[in-house]
Design a protein around this ligand. Structure first.
Ligand SMILES: Nc1nc2c(c(=O)[nH]1)N[C@H]1C(S)=C(S)[C@@H](COP(=O)(O)OP(=O)(O)OC[C@H]3O[C@@H](n4cnc5c(=O)[nH]c(N)nc54)[C@H](O)[C@@H]3O)O[C@H]1N2
Ligand SMILES: Nc1nc2c(c(=O)[nH]1)N[C@H]1C(S)=C(S)[C@@H](COP(=O)(O)OP(=O)(O)OC[C@H]3O[C@@H](n4cnc5c(=O)[nH]c(N)nc54)[C@H](O)[C@@H]3O)O[C@H]1N2
Ligand code: SF4
Ligand SMILES: [Mo]
Length: 921
């Protein structure tokens, strides 16, 4: 048994993990108690990593061998590595020779390691001679980058995680951190317990779990953040809460800002933002003077934000106007005070460090700056690096759709799902002459467009470094060898680069010898990257590979022993004159407004237990239960008004496309608004590519839509337990069949509350106007075609029903086509493992209600212990009376829910507030 320290591959909190492995297989994972990001904690996703790495799971879904397609439309067939690499190099070289270097585009990811990123960047900018390298961080962090650079002079996050425990006021905006950054949220819970006077403000158009726990929730209208920020400053000026001495000494541009915010009174802002004036006033006071009643005392105030600000057509303005508030109150660079943007992906920061965006160069250098270009050319031994700015994500796909970009190399991201304007993206991938997809999973939607698929090593299998939200660099280590023939991403880049070096004209200074890519291992790549940081704001020349055993924050220049916890504490900023800049943008509303044709404001975001395209998290039934079937969430009043029962299929239509989804009532969205999880495979057919003019980040948080009823009389619902190690493969085999349906959903399921080794199955829900496929095909795949299967067929009504009860007297599977009203309770019975004994025949009757009433499990709440809402409600109703904390403790003692990773604590607390004990008089 071996133990390997590494990091979690999901979010930007960057938790340290210890991986247990045995005989080349991952056997367990736990939080690293010594890692300063998490001190041993993991969330529901981190804690189940080892289950996703189980061989039985991986063999069904991982890309194990290089593959190529003989022609478009033909299936992918395995080839040996050398043939795949030769083909990639040959095709790229020919296209470059024929159409120039800019005919190639590289689309990368904030989930690559810094070394992977470095190798790709050098390959594109140094070898090919094109700046067409952009990443999914363009969809994620580019507004924060543009905001920091505009206001502070460099892309440097000034604060750190410890500040959460030191702040008096925490301003959380456009972030559902209870779900998206759970372990950091646990820290906030600790801080609030330790200091009950701390004030938490949450700004979000939805009442998320994060918002529901705030002292003040500002449920603003989407896209109105700039108005709110300006109004807060207006109030601060009016009440004398700004720090004039700080403004005088360390900033410039305040006069223009003061003129700008004059028109943004809290009363005016209340109307534009859809808020109460008093709430805006309260938020401004808390922000400026901390929660202290002593008006003379300031802060400390910490801001945390994420995609609600960044993914916006005014993303940079939302960022700079928030930074204005920190600068105007001097709340920056001190313990507990400062802006702390939350990075989404585990290495979004590392990508920024090596210049992994179309407008950047290594070590926070700017492509537009001739001195910076000369520095990078010198470091790489080149005559020059190309001057022409590269294409940003949306522009890159637009250029491919227009035929300008002829080859795309996509690594570690799944644009066929995650990019906005899917019609454009699909056109681009089809028109592009040559598409290389470097992927760890065959199930990613973009694989369908690959001419060559290069199998990548993934979590637990590769070496390198990542940088988390607080500028902390951690080691990523391999615990096991990659499955099949998969290789590390940087290695694949080097394998292609060395071949290209032989084909392309050299751009190196005369007399250079050897390869530009002669690295022996990840350490060698990192050493070269470290050298590029010398003298830069992120200087890490004081750090070596061995020193990385202890995660460190940058900067850590030669001579230093520890990194800087906070930046700009001395009030000297990274601008030419050392002063931070105020910005005074006018307010621009969202690119699309609600109108008579598209009367609903749609927003999109994350679920607690799923990760983006779900290639990894989607393999585990226990991570699927909390979200369940993707749906469009609407306010309950809207469902009542339209006479829609929960689960009714509706059509959501934007100016770009339409998709069908079930509707789900949710108090968290306001009337006239709707929410769809970004994990829903089709959602980005709805979203457009309007973007922030400064950062080029698309407005993935808003689109105007209409939602209408849809008539799909033919439905099919089925679920069954399947042989161990086969469910995911069967899911993939069924997938092509489902393309014929107007609506199709399929996901793995497990037995409620069972261990990870419990039974695994699949659930399907299909709908169409007429029977879209023969139910037999599905029945066969689910083991419901023959053997001890009960049947009912009514061909006149296109009705087929199958039920299988096992020798243990429990329901093992069902299929209903035609009318599927019974599917809800049948699935519940299946997942509860209910004995059905003498009721077997009644299971074919098809009613919306079960033959005997049994409580449904309700929504899954605690993933670790498999506890659903019904059981929780039962315990809370019978609980002894007491305060909320006592009743939460009683609940945890009784059901163990929320005692492991803690990701469900906000849900549990909400239920404790909602469900009071039934008092018998
Ligand atoms: N479980 C889980 N965690 C993740 C991820 C995941 O896939 N799953 N992904 C990671 C990644 S890459 C990222 S980028 C982060 C994202 O983390 P977050 O940004 O926290 O998550 P989202 O749910 O995308 O969006 C946050 C909130 O923005 C709100 N919002 C929408 N419009 C506006 C607006 O105009 N103003 C304001 N103030 N708020 C608005 C939405 O209602 C939503 O609640 O999560 C990371 N963590
Ligand atoms: N509507 C809407 N769309 C959004 C967003 C939103 O909020 N709403 N959020 C946007 C944001 S912030 C982000 S970050 C993007 C995320 O969007 P994507 O980047 O598309 O998300 P992932 O599914 O994480 O894609 C990563 C891919 O890399 C593969 N992979 C895993 N490990 C490795 C590895 O080690 N090497 C390689 N080569 N491949 C690997 C995975 O199987 C997966 O297919 O989505 C964006 N799209
Ligand atoms: S909070 Fe959860 S997903 Fe994020 S790094 Fe930590 S364990 Fe991983
Ligand atoms: Mo992201």
């Amino acid at each position: 048994m071996a133990q390997t320290r590494s990091t979690c591959p999901y979010c930007g909190v960057g938790c340290g993990v210890i991986i247990d492995s045995d005989a080349g297989q991952v056997t367990g994972v736990r939080g690293d108690p010594e890692h300063p990001a998490n001190f041993g904690r993991l969330c529901s996703k981190g804690q189940t990593l080892h289950l996703t790495a189980a061989p039985a799971v991986m063999m069904q879904v991982r890309a194990l061998r290089p593959m190529r397609r003989a022609e478009r439309g033909a299936p992918l067939r395995p080839v040996v590595w050398d043939a795949a690499l030769d083909e990639v190099a040959d095709r790229l070289a020919s296209i470059i020779e024929r159409d120039g270097a800019d005919a190639v585009g590289l689309y990368l990811s904030g989930q690559l390691l810094t070394e992977d990123y470095y190798a790709f960047n050098k390959l594109a900018k140094g070898l090919i001679g094109s700046n067409n390298v952009d990443t999914n961080s363009r969809l994620c962090m580019s507004s924060a980058v543009a905001g920091y650079k505009a206001s502070l002079g460099s892309d440097a996050v000034p604060a750190c995680y410890d500040d959460i425990g030191l702040a008096k006021t925490v301003f959380i905006t456009g972030s559902n951190m209870a779900w998206a950054h759970p372990v950091l949220y646990r820290r906030l819970e600790d801080a609030r317990r330790a200091d009950p006077a701390m004030k938490v403000i949450v700004v979000d158009p939805r009442r998320t779990e994060t918002a529901a726990e705030a002292d003040l929730h500002l449920q603003l209208l989407p896209g109105t953040d700039v108005v709110l920020h300006h109004a807060m400053l207006h109030l601060m000026l009016w009440e004398g809460l700004v720090d004039h001495a700080y403004i005088q000494a360390h900033t410039s541009g305040f006069d223009a800002l003061r003129d700008r915010v004059r028109e943004f009174s809290p009363a005016h802002a209340a109307k534009v933002c859809g808020l109460r004036e008093a709430d805006i006033v309260m938020a401004a006071r808390w922000f400026a003077s901390g929660s202290s009643s002593d008006a003379g005392r300031r802060g400390p105030t910490l801001s945390l934000w994420c995609q609600g600000l960044n993914q916006s057509s005014s993303g940079t303005d939302k960022n700079t106007t928030l930074l204005n508030l920190h600068l105007a109150t001097g709340q920056i660079g001190q313990p507990g005070a400062g802006p702390l943007s939350l990075t989404g992906q585990p290495n979004a920061m590392g990508g920024r460090e090596v210049g992994g965006l179309a407008n950047l160069l290594s070590a926070h250098r700017d492509l537009a700056n001739p001195a910076h270009r000369a520095e990078v050319a010198a470091l790489w031994g080149l005559t020059d690096v190309p001057e022409r700015p590269g294409k940003t994500a949306v522009e890159m796909f637009q250029a491919a759709a227009d035929g300008e970009i002829k080859a795309l190399w996509i690594a570690c991201t799944n644009p066929a799902q995650s990019m906005p304007d899917q019609a454009l993206v699909q056109r681009a991938l089809q028109r592009c002459e040559f598409v290389v997809v470097q992927e760890a999973y065959t199930t990613a939607a973009t694989v369908a467009f690959a001419d060559v698929l290069l199998p990548a090593a993934s979590w637990g299998e590769k070496e390198g470094t990542v940088t988390n939200s607080e500028r902390r660099i951690s080691r990523v280590r391999a615990a096991v060898p990659p499955p099949g023939q998969a290789r590390a991403d940087w290695q694949i880049a080097v394998d292609v680069a060395k071949r290209l070096e032989r084909r392309l004209p050299s751009r190196r200074v005369p007399g250079s010898a050897g390869s530009m890519f002669g690295w022996a291992d990840a350490e060698a790549v990192w050493n070269e990257h470290r050298e590029t940081t010398r003298g830069r704001d992120l200087d890490i020349t004081g750090l070596d590979w061995a020193g990385l055993a202890q995660p460190q924050q940058w900067p850590l220049p030669a001579g230093a022993t520890v990194g800087a916890a906070r930046l700009f504490g001395d009030g000297v900023f990274a601008t030419s004159d050392g002063r931070a800049r105020f910005h005074a943008p006018a307010w621009r509303p969202t690119a699309e407004q609600r109108d008579a044709h598209y009367p609903v404001s749609l927003t999109t975001g994350r679920w607690r237990d799923q990760w983006h395209g779900t290639t990894r998290t989607g393999t585990l039934a226990r991570l699927q239960d909390h979200g369940g079937e993707p749906a469009v969430e609407m306010h309950p009043q809207e469902l009542t008004r339209r006479h829609w029962a929960p689960g009714t299929l509706v059509r959501v239509k934007s100016r770009r496309g339409a998709i069908v989804l079930p509707v789900r009532p949710s108090d968290s969205v306001a009337p006239a608004q709707a929410f769809i999880a970004m994990h829903a495979p089709q959602v980005n057919q709805l979203l457009g590519s309007a973007r922030c003019p400064q950062s080029q980040q698309p407005e993935l948080k808003h689109s105007a839509v209409r939602i209408d009823g849809v008539s799909l009389p033919w439905q099919l619902a089925a679920a069954a337990w399947l042989p161990a190690g086969e469910a995911l493969a069967i899911q993939q085999r069924l997938q092509p069949l489902l393309a014929a349906c107007s609506y199709a959903h399929i996901r793995p399921i497990g037995l409620m509350g069972s261990s990870p080794e419990g039974p695994v199955g699949l659930v399907l829900h299909l709908a169409h106007t007429t029977p879209a496929l023969a139910p037999e095909a599905v029945a066969e795949a689910l083991g419901l075609a023959d053997g001890a299967v009960l049947r009912y067929d009514d061909p006149r009504h296109a009705t087929q029903r199958r039920v299988r009860v096992g020798a243990d007297g429990r329901l093992h599977g069902f299929l209903y086509s035609g009318d599927t009203a019974a599917a809800g309770w049948l699935l519940d019975w299946l997942q509860q493992g209910q004995p059905v004994g003498g009721l077997a025949r009644a299971l074919l009757a098809g009613g919306a209600l079960p033959p005997v009433a049994r409580p449904s499990t309700g929504r899954a709440v605690c993933t670790c212990h498999g506890v659903g809402e019904t059981a929780i409600a039962e315990v809370l109703r019978a609980a002894p009376e007491g305060n909320d904390a006592a009743r939460l403790a009683h609940l945890q003692n009784t059901l163990a829910c929320g005692t492991s990773c803690g990701s469900c604590l906000p849900s549990l607390k909400a239920l404790v507030r909602q469900i009071q004990p039934v008092v018998i008089a």
